[in-house]
Write a protein that binds this ligand. Structure first.
Ligand SMILES: [Zn+2]
Length: 243
């Protein structure tokens, strides 16, 4: 008797436990593979000028003709996803687009953020769904700070946003972008919809949630090995310089 009530309560309880506390969610198309962000789909006409380094957890992509020859050239989303950040972050970053992707690997649904920085123009807005190969902006100079190039990162830690100095610049938080793309060109899951956590960044102008000790611990229990550094958000002008 009343057995169904017990099971409904249990289901609600378990659903509550699985959800990441304090984060909103959005539905997104599961990425069916990833392509390069320039010279789509294979980075044709571009070369990697700077790779993944201990102080530079991403890759810089330049046009083959060098200098500012790639200024204004298109930058593409590497896969289907959801725009979580699209604004001028200033500092060393300039115009930044961040896209959150859900993808299926070994039967598990995983998440990753792709970052496109120093853009000359931003062509998407926060909250927008994008497709693999959809243009999100153009290559820029971060307001004249650098010669034109794309600074590109792929993160496994969904809390980084533009607050890079608060997180270790290593493979606990990042993927090596070129390697990640090479290993994930075509994936299962086309046509599926996944629920992704959103609003996980703290920025200096939007006041979004930042991981508290409680939900950092929760994520670590779910396999997230990122350092649990919550607390006051501060911009480190040098640590957050984007190159
Ligand atoms: Zn860079």
């Amino acid at each position: 008797m009343r057995c169904w009530l017990f099971w409904i309560c249990l289901l609600l309880f378990v659903t509550g436990l699985v959800a990441v506390p304090g984060l909103d969610r959005a539905n997104v198309r599961v990425a069916d593979g990833f392509d390069h962000p320039v010279g789509k789909p294979n980075a044709e006409g571009y070369y990697m000028a700077r790779g993944f380094l201990s102080y530079h957890p991403g890759e810089d992509w330049n046009g083959a003709k060098g200098g500012n020859s790639d200024l204004g050239a298109p930058v593409y989303s590497i896969g289907d996803g959801y725009v979580t950040f699209a604004m001028d972050a200033r500092m060393g970053w300039g115009n930044v687009v961040l896209v959150r992707h859900a993808y299926v690997e070994n039967g598990k649904t995983l998440f990753a953020d792709s970052m496109y920085a120093h853009l000359n123009t931003i062509l998407v807005r926060k909250g927008q769904q994008v497709s693999r190969g959809q243009q999100v902006g153009t290559i820029g100079t971060n307001h004249g700070m650098y010669r034109a190039h794309l600074h590109f990162e792929i993160r496994k830690n969904l809390y980084i946003g533009i607050n890079r100095s608060a997180f270790a610049k290593d493979f606990s938080n990042y993927f090596r972008p070129g390697q990640f793309i090479a290993q994930h060109r075509r994936l299962p899951g086309a046509g599926q919809i996944a629920s992704i956590p959103i609003n996980s960044y703290k920025t200096d102008r939007e006041g979004l949630p930042y991981p508290t000790a409680a939900n950092s611990l929760k994520n670590r229990a779910q396999g997230d090995k990122s350092p649990s550094r919550g607390g006051t958000f501060r911009v480190n002008r040098f640590g957050d310089i984007g190159y």
